[in-house]
Structures are given as structure tokens and as C-alpha cells.
Design a binder for this molecule. Structure first.
Ligand SMILES: [Fe+2]
Ligand SMILES: [Fe+2]
Length: 380
């Protein structure tokens, strides 16, 4: 710590007295000690000079014209940058009132006139030590504060970069999932609009059912993967132009199991949810679904939600083997499935929010067809 206290710095002592002889006397006593002594001829002169050349110690006469010693102490102690400069008041011997008042305004020490050489040197030396220590502490604190600020800025900058990288990575994963899901959809149905609208409708239903925002988001990202297992189904069954027969249906149903296998054992939350959805989106509320014939609450809520969104979008869309249903027909089918195919609470949420669901459905179709147009134009 002492190493930081600059030993090469020559301490500056300011002598403030309106009597030239007193200033000269004190200057003569201190100069041989190696101090730089500056003189001020009165209180006002002191306050002016201190701005240009702040001393390490002030020896201050009390009785001066215009601005007296007390007023000088008061104004210096009130200003933060000068408040740590020790002030020694020089008073007439035995003037107790002066001493009390000097203490009250904040003086640090006293000397009585006439000033004794040895006493003066001893006081100055010890107060300059205090001053050097105070300076050191102030510098040390400022350095610490600076360092803390610098480190904090560094950490904030790193956090920003990390957040950006994280966001980018997350975006990349989500896009990959969407594209892979679309690949599975392309093989089956000639439109990728299905995964866009069914995932948005699923998320909307989850929101209406008051699931947490994090779960709603997970459902949005996980539900496009519901049919990803279809890449394991042979084309002769998947692309068959007409109804499946008894030998083909069990194979087709395996897409739920394959999807679960593709997504199982992940550490990533929405992939785990993707697995649940892939396995359960064809379960039915009355237990007549597949692959496990789960019933009611045995079917995870995400599966019950996606099942409504998936069927609704499929009904509304044109497929190679069927025309699109009208909205009324599609809604009737969903309503009729309440409590049989579908969870009643999900159907209720769906019916209560039909306007918004149709808005989502229409915007998904529009978005998808503009994307498709771009692809086609790129081909020609
Ligand atoms: Fe499916
Ligand atoms: Fe689907």
C-alpha cells in the first residue's frame, strides 16, 4: 500500500495569512524540510489559488479582512475535492472560543501564535502523512471503481454476444426442424402449408388453455415434427392413391412409433415434447386411437391439442385423395368428435376461438403459397 504513496511527490503547504511577516516566518521554517510552500495573502486569495494548485495542507490564519479563516474552512470542507485537505488553524494563544468555533466548522488541528518551529514541523509532518494516506485511499477506490466498471462492461459485452450466438443457434435448430418436418410432409402431401398452420393453431389452442408461455412456444416448435416418422413408411403405402387395406393400415400407423424413435432420448425440451406429440397425436380420447389406445388424461395434453389442430387442417386442405371440406363441414366433424376422438376441453377452446383460428389458418396458407410461387419462379 505504501508503495502507491508517491515518495517523489513534493508536498505542497499553503500558508494563508494577511500579515507578510507571519507568512515569511512559516515559509522559512518549512522550506528547509523539503516542502513547497505557497502563500496566500488572505481568505479570498486562498480560495482562488487552491483552484489552480491544490495543496496537501493549509496553515490558516483566523483573523483576516473580508473572508476570515472560519469562512475559508467552511467553504473548503463543503467542496468534495478539497474536503480531505487537512487545515491547521493558527490562533492566538488561549483563545478558547476560536478553537471551539474552528472545530465546529471542520478544522483538523491548531497551532498557537507565536508559532514554535519544532511544533510546526511535527504537526505538518503528521498531517501530511494522513493526507498521503487519504490520497492513496481515494486513488485506490477510484482504481477499484474503474476496474469494476471495466469488468462489468466486459461481462455485459460477452453476455450480449452469447445471447446473440444463442439466438442464432436456436434459430438454426428451429429452421432445421422445420425443413426436416417439411421434407417428411413433402413426401406425403404436396404442401408444406400443413405444418405451418397446424403448429400455429396448436400453439394458439395451448395459449387458450392457459399453458405457460414456455410450453406454448415448445408446442409451436415441436408440433411440426408430429409426422416425421412418415419417412419410415414405404412409398407404396404412403403415396397410395386410394384407401389403405387391412395389411397396409398397421404399417401406416407405425409412423407414430417411428417418429417417437427418431426424437427419443433428447436433452432438448422441445425435442422431448416432439417425441410425445409424434407418439400420441393419433390417440383418441375414447381410447380407440393408436398406437397404444390411450384414453382421456392418459394422453398427454400436447397430443390432445395437436390432434385437433392436425385433423382440422387436414380437413380444410385438399389432398391427392380428397377435396377440401368447407369450414362448416370441418367444424362439424371436430364438434362431433368432442369426447370421442377429441378432448372436450380442447374442442371447447377451439370453438370459442374459431375466428382467430381461421385468421391463423388463412395467413398460413397465404404465406405458404407466396413461398411456393417464389420456388416455382426460380425453376423457370
Ligand atoms: Fe400423423
Ligand atoms: Fe399431420
Amino acid at each position: 500500500m505504501t508503495s502507491d504513496m508517491n515518495p517523489d511527490k513534493i508536498p505542497i503547504v499553503m500558508v494563508v495569512d494577511d500579515e507578510a511577516l507571519n507568512r515569511k516566518l512559516i515559509t522559512a521554517m518549512l522550506t528547509p524540510q523539503g516542502y513547497q510552500v505557497i502563500q496566500a495573502v488572505d481568505g479570498r486569495d486562498c480560495l482562488r489559488k487552491i483552484q489552480e494548485n491544490p495543496p496537501d495542507l493549509i496553515l490558516l490564519d483566523i483573523m483576516m479582512p473580508e473572508v476570515n479563516g472560519f469562512e475559508v474552512v467552511k467553504s473548503l470542507k463543503a467542496e468534495e475535492k478539497f474536503s480531505l485537505i487537512p487545515i491547521v488553524m493558527v490562533t492566538a494563544l488561549g483563545d478558547v472560543n476560536d478553537r471551539v468555533q474552528a472545530l465546529e466548522v471542520g478544522a483538523d488541528d491548531f497551532l498557537t501564535k507565536p508559532v514554535d518551529r519544532m511544533e510546526l514541523r511535527a504537526r505538518v509532518r503528521s498531517l501530511l502523512k494522513v493526507k498521503a494516506y487519504n490520497d492513496h485511499m481515494v486513488n485506490y477506490r477510484q482504481e477499484l471503481e474503474f476496474e469494476v466498471r471495466r469488468r462489468t462492461e466486459e461481462i455485459q459485452e460477452t453476455n450480449k454476444k452469447l445471447a446473440k450466438a444463442h439466438e442464432k443457434l436456436r434459430g438454426a435448430s428451429l429452421e432445421t426442424i422445420f425443413r426436416l418436418s417439411r421434407a417428411a410432409e413433402f413426401k406425403d402431401e404436396d404442401t408444406g402449408a400443413h405444418i405451418i398452420s397446424m403448429s400455429r393453431i396448436s400453439a394458439r389452442l395451448a395459449e387458450r388453455l392457459k399453458l405457460s408461455p414456455a410450453t406454448v412456444e415448445s408446442i409451436l416448435y415441436a408440433s411440426p415434427m408430429h409426422d416425421i416418422g412418415k419417412i419410415g413408411i414405404p412409398d407404396r403405402i404412403l403415396l397410395k392413391n386410394g384407401p389403405l387395406n387391412e395389411e397396409e393400415w398397421p404399417i401406416m400407423r407405425l409412423h407414430t412409433v417411428y417418429g417417437g424413435k427418431i426424437l427419443e432420448n433428447s436433452d432438448i425440451g422441445f425435442l422431448r415434447l416432439g417425441e410425445v406429440i409424434a407418439r400420441t397425436h393419433h390417440e383418441k380420447f375414447d381410447g380407440s386411437g393408436y398406437p397404444n389406445g390411450l384414453k382421456g388424461q392418459e394422453i398427454p395434453l400436447a397430443g390432445r391439442i395437436v390432434s385437433v389442430a392436425d385433423v382440422f387442417d387436414a380437413l380444410m386442405s385438399r389432398r391427392p385423395y380428397k377435396r377440401a371440406f368447407t369450414l362448416e363441414q370441418a367444424v362439424t366433424i371436430i364438434e362431433e368428435g368432442r369426447g370421442r376422438h377429441f378432448d372436450p376441453q380442447v374442442v371447447d377452446a377451439f370453438m370459442a376461438d374459431l375466428d382467430e383460428i381461421m385468421r391463423i389458418w388463412n395467413s398460413s396458407q397465404a404465406e405458404h403459397s407466396s413461398e411456393l410461387r417464389e420456388t416455382l419462379e426460380g425453376r423457370t
